[in-house]
Design a protein around this ligand. Sequence first.
Ligand SMILES: C[S@@+](CC[C@H](N)C(=O)[O-])C[C@H]1O[C@@H](n2cnc3c(N)ncnc32)[C@H](O)[C@@H]1O
Length: 227
Amino acid sequence: MTFENETLAPAFVGPVERPVRPHPAGKPKQWRNAYDDSADAMEAILAVHFPEGSIIDVNFGLGVFYRNGGRDRVTGVDIRPTGDVIANNKELPFDADSFDVAVCDPPYKRGDGQKYEHRYGVAPKTETKVTWDYYATLTECLRVARRGIIVKVQDGTDGHRFHARHLHIAEWMKQRTGLEPHDICVNVRKTLAPTMAQGVPHFFQNGVSYWLIYAWRSKAPFRPVRF
Ligand SMILES: C[S@@+](CC[C@H](N)C(=O)[O-])C[C@H]1O[C@@H](n2cnc3c(N)ncnc32)[C@H](O)[C@@H]1O
């Protein structure tokens, strides 16, 4: 039997068992889970959860995430000529399961546009569009990744409405794959970029980015998922 609005999604078996990896410095008993720098966060996430394997970064941008290392195993995809492959991440020119891990960091909404768009290209103008961009990009990430996904998410505000995007993405992933995040790490900015503090700052979460880390044991053949 099929249902209206039924779509096909891979079935995932997970989560993976939590790996026990020593901290490189050997000292801290616990990894930090809050960073103020994206490259530091990515370095820790890769060391703990994906210490080896190929990576496709589908919003490669300037490759800031790999400033501390890992660039040699990354295929950087961007719609602009900033990475290794110029492509639209909604139609990636790769077969299913071509990479171990997919990384995504779609553009965020910027009201004033200018400064951000000069650096990162055209950005959606509403928070809802940003969220739908994530869903489309993640659909391709789920197709090309064999073992996991790292998604960087910022919440956002449209005037007085707060968009708790990290919760929306987690819910979408749960519906789509049955998986909850395997781990979460955050970036907390010391100061807000002027482009992030639009209007009166009613909301706390503007300066925080979440890294939702998904890791699965196996990806079963496609099965129908009803939305
Ligand atoms: C928030 S920035 C990513 C920054 C990146 N993580 C870095 O370390 O520099 C978003 C990037 O996604 C790219 N982008 C936007 N739409 C895209 C699409 N449809 N396919 C591929 N890349 C896209 C932009 O050109 C931009 O470089």
